[in-house]
Design a protein around this ligand. Sequence first.
Ligand code: BTN
Length: 326
Amino acid sequence: MVATSMKQKMLEMLNGQEGQFVSGQKISEELGCSRTAIWKHISELRKEGYEVEAVQKKGYRITSTPNHITANEVKLGLNTKHLGQNIVYQESVTSTQEIAHRLAYDDVPEGTIVTAEEQTAGKGRLGRNWHSPKTNGIWVSLILRPKIPPQQAPQLTLLAAVGVVKAIQKETGVLAEIKWPNDVLVNGKKVVGILTELQAESDQIKSVIIGMGINVNTSAAEFPDDIKEKATSLRIEAGKELNRASLLRRILEETETLYEEYLQNGFQVVKLLWESYAVSLGKHIKARTLTGVKEGIARGITNDGVLLLEDDTGEIHQIYSADIEI
Ligand code: BTN
């Protein structure tokens, strides 16, 4: 378990009072810190974008919180055991995946996540770029260390997609669907992309790094021309601006619940849920693989997360990696 900082504890105290003042004396008694230390942490919170009112004889209260995905914001009320308990946050990064890879080598605890407000070189699947502009999306990488054979790692990609769909539904009411393997779509347009990368030694997984890119508050005009037709955001679909930290918390909670179920009982429950959200199953699809295009009906997925496609002759093809057109 990662230790909670004094600043975080103070934030939790202030936040728990829902706009009421908390006296300096109470903070100092409960947290065992001096008035000077309190003042220092209040200044830090203000620098992070919190508006904190300080009134003599009454104390402190938060009047406005930033729409940021800093460690402080995300950890407020986060109900997980491991996922997101250790958060590495930077305002601007090349790619959260890159940082997560470095941290994973350094043996950070399982469940560590890396978040950023912007990525200057966000990575997508199949060597593509991922558009990650400042402050309107969630760009996050999760570090997991499951004791499973490397060939089962794709199951975690599907698990992550299910976690995100459930979280979006609970947080915003928007019904999202999954296009194999892990594009999350709303009304046929992509709202989330997931990139899973492995660190493995001989036949053992050292870590699985799951990168999620979620278009949260992006407006239609902000999407570059080449993705405008295919991409959407939760704000466009829900018709209102969303709190990113709150959505990220929900994603971490849903993903951890599924991950625990997966580690205990295997892939079956995740597979069933994935199939219930899948947009392509039973439909005629085109799969663009590295070796060419295959067309047919998407029949299902295997226990390793491989897509089964039945062509016109009835032959079943196993698709390991492809772009799918429905
Ligand atoms: C896709 O191509 O659909 C996958 C996109 C994954 C993007 C996320 S954003 C956070 C993490 N960091 C990256 O550089 N990429 C992933």
